[in-house]
Design a protein around this ligand. Structure first.
Ligand SMILES: NC(=O)c1ccc[n+]([C@@H]2O[C@H](COP(=O)([O-])OP(=O)(O)OC[C@H]3O[C@@H](n4cnc5c(N)ncnc54)[C@H](O)[C@@H]3O)[C@@H](O)[C@H]2O)c1
Length: 248
């Protein structure tokens, strides 16, 4: 059976683990060629060899690292069709008065500047190739239904949802589609513990999700697959909650 992403080349940032690994796995199942771009070299290499895909070490906050991803993808495959901006970070849930300049700068560099740099380096390449493209921002329910204790994380995700929607309109003429996926708290992925703040919060939080559980890497991979496949070809400018009904 043909794969839903046959012939496509996808970059997945933060693909070494968590949601990013789930996305890479789902894309590979459906025939895509995947490049995992992660700053955790050992973990990223290990995941790439387990999944049988490419790995590029990168810090998504650095322009030269995006230029390198572009170079590797172009030399290896001669095209880039999909970028999943998944790498993200947060500080541990705490009173907003206790947030430091360092917390703020890190969250905005990793969660927001990365989207700017990916767009600034990859869109001109996609335009030049003329085959369109699909860019997905892994945002968060935090960007549309914020909870206390994570003000600047929430704001960073709201910022990228807005930027993603703006670019959807601006680059529709090039058939480059932009969508956000908004996961509710993950089941055991890297950042979950920081969002919850204290382990005892897990049960309380899960009780606020109508379908009764957190999101899995497979849930997020499925949503990205839909948006990036032919089935999603008329979808642009959405922010899709993958949240078991949490944002209703
Ligand atoms: N876990 C959750 O509860 C949750 C909920 C909603 C949204 N999200 C979002 O989903 C995304 C993934 O979260 P996760 O829980 O799977 O995280 P994770 O910590 O399990 O994985 C993140 C990956 O990104 C990489 N990474 C971090 N900073 C990087 C940088 N500067 N450059 C390159 N790679 C970098 C890490 O090495 C890691 O492999 C993030 O954007 C996060 O904000 C997570």
């Amino acid at each position: 059976m043909p794969g839903r992403l046959d012939g496509k080349v996808a970059i997945v940032t933060g693909g070494g683990g968590g949601f990013g690994k789930g996305i890479a796995e789902r894309f590979l199942d459906e025939g895509a060629k995947v490049i995992i771009a992660d700053f955790a070299e050992e973990v990223g290499q290990k995941t790439a060899s387990e999944l049988k895909c490419e790995f590029v070490k990168c810090n998504v906050t650095e322009r030269q690292d995006w230029e390198n991803i572009l170079k590797v993808a172009d030399e290896k495959f001669g095209q880039i069709d999909i970028v999943i901006n998944n790498a993200g970070t947060t500080y541990r849930n705490k009173p907003t008065n206790d947030v430091t300049d360092e917390d703020f700068d890190k969250v905005f560099a990793v969660n927001v500047k990365s989207i700017y740099l990916s767009a600034n380096t990859i869109i001109p390449y996609m335009q030049k190739k003329g085959n369109g493209g699909s860019m997905v921002t892994i945002a968060s329910t935090a960007g549309i239904r914020p909870r206390p204790g994570l003000t600047w994380y929430n704001a960073s995700k709201a910022a990228v949802i807005n930027a993603t929607r703006t670019m959807a309109v601006e680059y529709a003429k090039d058939n480059i589609r932009f969508n956000s996926v908004c996961p509710v708290v993950g089941l055991g992925t890297g950042l979950t513990d920081l969002f919850l703040g204290k382990p005892e919060m897990e049960k309380t939080f899960m009780a606020t999700i109508p379908l009764g559980r957190g999101s899995t890497p497979k849930d997020i991979g499925n949503a990205c697959l839909y948006l990036c496949s032919e089935e999603g070809s008329f979808i642009t400018g959405t922010d899709l909650p993958v949240d078991g009904g949490r944002c209703v």
